[in-house]
Design a protein around this ligand. Structure first.
Ligand SMILES: [Zn+2]
Length: 380
């Protein structure tokens, strides 16, 4: 999930609290729904301010208060995850509120699922407790008829209902919901992490398919949620398997050390000859012993043939150097390549270029390791 487009709002217990750009649309949307719709009795709850004898700014204001309270409760849910994670020594880079609620960015997801279950469980548990604690206030006030009392009662009713709903939704045993992690943790005690991930992913996909079919007949919104669950489950499986296969492998283990480099004043013609001879797809560009860029076959392809002799590498190279150190975990390198959409990373020890690692080096290592460990064949 791209979390770059978010704004930081503040910090709680040292954890940065951010809002994603989508939140700027979702908050007014919730305010409108809460303020202008009305459901008189859903499982005994009164939802929305739409029926009250108020003008539109009044309804919008109440809707906005309800939306802010609701997302504060989402934040408490995420804080519960993050605080347990922090206590167990995981790094938290932040909590981001976005369109589907909240996401805690725990920097390293636990590789062993045993500690994961509780960490996942505390989120829905927090939402459930908030919902249950607010319930008696609604029950006490529900018979009142004065306008202010009805407003306060409705607020309690809504916050109780939506927090219990949030708890119920998140405890569904499907990735990427918390329930998926709780399920994996329970399974992993018996069968190990990888088989447990596989089963939890399969359960998640089955739930998503069932939800989509049900949604097709009854509520079209469920199809959207089903898609979110299906792709979330797939992504969890992929990242778990990659992480497990590359465990303990560093960039230094797999990088190419025999460096072939080019200089900024070489021509495109000379570069193409070199590519032809050496069959590398990209080269670091060195000015003396300093790396100044990286140039690939693709960069050269942008130059018309008539200019191959008079175009220097310095004018086509990319100056955006993405470097890692030899002890960077291979898993992190794969993520960097995917995120930055580059083909290769330079491996630097301080200022010194010591190697280069390409997307194909990483994929090859991943395939070999998966095969060796029997991950691809399901022997776990
Ligand atoms: Zn959660």
């Amino acid at each position: 999930m791209g979390m770059r487009s978010s704004l930081q709002m503040g910090r709680v217990k040292g954890i940065p609290i951010k809002i994603h750009i989508s939140f700027l649309f979702i908050l007014p949307f919730f305010a409108l729904v809460f303020g202008f719709t009305f459901v008189p009795d859903l499982f005994g709850f009164r939802l929305g301010f739409g029926d009250l004898p108020l003008d539109w700014p009044g309804k919008l204001g109440l809707g906005l208060i309800a939306a802010v309270l609701f997302f504060s409760a989402v934040l408490l849910h995420e804080l519960a995850h993050s605080i347990v994670a922090l206590r167990r020594g995981y790094q938290i880079s932040g909590i981001t509120l976005f369109i589907f609620g909240g996401v805690s960015e725990i920097e390293k997801q636990p590789k062993e699922a045993l500690g994961e279950g509780f960490m996942a469980f505390v989120g829905p548990a927090t939402s459930f407790v908030i919902g249950v604690v607010l319930l008696p206030f609604w029950l006490l006030l529900r018979e009142e008829t004065g306008l202010v009392s009805v407003i306060v009662a409705t607020m309690f009713s809504m916050m109780s209902f939506y927090n219990i709903l949030l708890a119920g939704f998140n405890i569904i045993p499907a990735f990427p919901m918390d329930g998926g992690r709780v399920l994996r943790s329970a399974l992993a005690k018996r069968m190990g992490f990888i088989p447990a991930t596989r089963i939890a992913v399969a359960v998640g996909k089955a739930i998503a398919v069932a939800m989509a079919i049900f949604g097709f007949f009854f509520n079209i919104w469920l199809i959207l949620i089903a898609l979110f669950i299906y792709f979330g489950a797939k992504e969890e499986e992929r990242s778990t398997l990659v992480g497990k296969a590359l465990e303990g492998v560093t960039v230094g283990n797999i990088m190419t050390r025999e460096l072939s480099v080019v200089t900024p004043n070489m021509t495109v013609r000379e570069l193409l000859d070199k590519i032809m001879r050496e069959k590398h797809m990209g080269y670091p560009v060195m000015d003396g012993d300093r790396v100044v860029g990286i140039v690939t076959l693709q960069d050269a392809q942008g130059v018309p043939a008539s200019h191959h002799y008079d175009t220097e590498i310095r004018s086509i190279m990319s100056r955006n150097i993405i470097a890692v150190s030899p002890d960077t975990p291979a898993e992190d390198a794969i993520q960097m390549i995917a995120r930055q959409q580059v083909g290769r990373l330079l491996v630097m020890e301080g200022e010194r270029l010591v190697g280069i690692v390409s997307r194909s080096d990483l994929i090859r290592t991943l395939e070999i390791r998966s095969m060796e460990q029997g991950i691809a064949t399901g022997r776990g």
